[in-house]
Design a binder for this molecule. Structure first.
Ligand SMILES: *[C@@H]1O[C@H](CO)[C@@H](O)[C@H](O)[C@H]1NC(C)=O
Ligand SMILES: *[C@@H]1O[C@H](CO)[C@@H](O)[C@H](O)[C@H]1NC(C)=O
Ligand SMILES: *[C@@H]1O[C@H](CO)[C@@H](O)[C@H](O)[C@H]1NC(C)=O
Length: 329
């Protein structure tokens, strides 16, 4: 117990002075450079992975002592405390910016999630009892970034993506968003959120986020925008005249998310399902109007009808003959 503290206590017991005077004396005691002290400002730091952190620190020690060594450590083992600048995990990344007087500021670069813990400043003087560690130390929390997003959304929904960190970054942090690795410029976010007011199918993609001026970038997260089928279109192969016995394939092409179920309709009845409708060995009774229907949980659409006109060999001969006549005339 220092002289100042005893003095304050004596004052209290003997004279019971007004409170403000006690506080005044206590304050004098607090800033006295006759005492050991380390103060960290701020005492909690939230830092982004890969960034550079400056731990600001000042210290005092009693007059009459001579500083022999000052260093930063992550252990509270007294004489066995390890100097971080001699720790291979830190030595390349740690730079002492302070002095041997009062400033113990240190810089740590390329921080990793493993760096998250408390750091202490230790003072060693020439006297055997002249050793001191500033406790509690400064707490460093290193965070990465994670995109928080709904997995499935439907076109027209209002969608909010959040760029999450495990501790609160400074208010000055400006968030940047990427879709498929391209920076998004057209929309403005608020704080760490990206607002897609009426989400469109083109907004589907892999989203990631970062903080302006920092290299760390979050893992990408898939945003999947659902929408009803687009009106389907039928393609026929082979194209051209279809003759009895041919193999004919009808293909129903329709964009949708999730993929639609396709069914085939001929003259009001369902004749098949699946994107491809094969008719092997087509016969004249396969002639007629075909449509396909595309349906998913967000809606359904019908194609326009296509007409299959299956000719028998005789008809072909007849048609050729007609054309031949026409050419002659
Ligand atoms: C301590 O040193 C750092 C780095 O040189 C400097 O930025 C800071 O202002 C100093 N602090 C005090 C209290 O002198
Ligand atoms: C349809 O026919 C084509 C060509 O003959 C064939 O490659 C394809 O596998 C068939 N598809 C189905 C679904 O039967
Ligand atoms: C279509 O014709 C084939 C023979 O070419 C016959 O086997 C089949 O039953 C006919 N189908 C209908 C619906 O008339």
């Amino acid at each position: 117990m220092s002289f100042n503290t005893i003095y304050v206590m004596l004052m209290w017991v003997r004279m019971a002075p007004p409170l403000p005077l006690i506080f005044f004396l206590l304050m004098i005691h607090g800033v006295s450079s006759d005492d050991w002290g380390v103060s960290y400002s701020p005492s909690h730091i939230c830092a982004l992975k890969d960034s550079t952190v400056i731990m600001r620190c000042t210290y005092t020690y009693p007059t009459g002592y001579k500083i022999e060594k000052v260093f930063w450590t992550e252990t509270l083992k007294g004489d066995e405390s390890l100097d971080l600048s001699e720790d291979p995990e830190y030595s390349q990344r740690l730079q002492y910016l302070g002095d041997k007087q009062q400033n113990c500021t240190v810089r740590l670069s390329h921080v990793t999630l493993k760096d998250s813990h408390m750091y202490y400043f230790r003072i060693i003087t020439d006297k055997p009892d002249g050793k001191y560690t500033g406790k509690p130390g400064v707490t460093l929390t290193v965070t990465d970034l994670q995109v928080e997003s709904p997995e499935r959304v439907t076109e027209g929904d209002s969608v909010n993506l959040r760029c999450k960190s495990s501790c609160a970054l400074t208010d000055r942090a400006t968030f940047i968003w990427y879709r498929n690795s391209q920076p998004l410029t057209e929309r403005r976010d608020r704080n760490n959120e990206l607002l897609l007011q009426s989400v469109r199918r083109e907004d589907s993609g892999r989203y990631s986020c970062a903080v302006d001026g920092h290299t760390h970038i979050s893992p990408a997260v898939q945003l999947n925008v659902m929408y009803p089928p687009v009106k389907p279109v039928i393609s026929i192969s082979p194209s051209g005249v279809i003759v009895e016995g041919d193999s004919v394939t009808l293909n129903c092409i329709s964009d949708s998310n999730p993929p639609a179920e396709i069914s085939w309709i001929k003259g009001g009845t369902i004749v098949g399902s699946g994107r491809i409708y094969n008719i092997s060995k087509i016969s004249s009774n396969d002639s007629g109007e075909y449509k396909c229907k595309s349906i998913n949980e967000h809606g359904e659409k019908y194609s326009d009808a296509v007409t299959l006109n299956v000719m028998c060999e005789l008809m072909i001969v007849y048609t050729l003959f007609k054309n031949f006549k026409f050419i002659i005339v």
